[in-house]
Design a protein around this ligand. Structure first.
Ligand code: NI
Length: 206
């Protein structure tokens, strides 16, 4: 006869599970707090750490680095061309915001970076961004190069669904970053920010 009943074992496992969930939740909340700041609009302490060098490939197959965008603002979004809703909505939102800026938009370079390099070849990304703002730069690269860029911007992404299926979705964070002419982080826009608000905020920095 065992000294520990099955019920008691399950209670112990359940308690451990709850404790683990709680720990993950607290850690996640702390990380998100650092990333998005307190009010979601003003740069928080952690946001100064957002951004960094990248070396990726554009739609023409050319190597592009963050350094060449110095002197202009970068409006950066990470996503993937097969995204059914969130990515096209956000890229259209960026496009509408830049349209609102009129001639001042020349100071801002919109950049789309794929987090699905397996399907998003340079050609695919290049023709995809053509549907949005003229001059939007579409970038992809090796899985390693994409992972490095995403890490610099604190972007989360992960392949969802059955990895053996031919069609799959990507889970990913959906945040638009505004970087200054010096390449440093200025602010971010969370998903759902209107193009009007985005344009007004960008204008304040120009
Ligand atoms: Ni998406």
């Amino acid at each position: 006869m065992s000294s520990r009943s099955p019920i008691r074992t399950w209670i112990v496992f359940g308690a451990l599970g709850l404790a683990a969930l709680l720990a993950v939740g607290i850690a996640g909340y702390a990380v998100m707090g650092l990333l998005v700041g307190r009010d979601g609009a003003t740069p928080g302490m952690g946001e100064a750490l957002v951004g960094g060098p990248f070396e990726l490939i554009d739609g023409e197959g050319r190597t592009r680095t963050d350094a060449e965008f110095r002197g202009r603002y970068m409006l950066i979004y990470f996503g993937y061309t097969y995204c059914p809703d969130v990515c096209p909505t956000e890229l259209q939102n960026m496009t509408n915001a830049l349209d609102r800026l009129g001639d001042d938009a020349a100071e801002v370079r919109p950049i789309f970076i794929s987090i699905d390099p397996e399907r998003d070849t340079p050609e695919v990304v290049g023709s995809y961004v053509d549907h949005f703002y003229p001059g939007m730069v579409g970038l992809t690269g090796s899985p390693e190069a994409v992972a490095k860029a995403a890490k610099a911007y604190r972007v989360y992404y992960r392949r969802a669904d059955d990895p053996k299926a031919s069609e799959y979705l990507m889970d990913h964070s959906s945040i638009v970053y505004l970087m200054g002419p010096d390449g440093k982080f200025l602010t971010h826009f969370s998903y759902g920010t209107s193009d009007e608000e985005m344009a007004a905020t960008i204008r304040k920095f120009l």
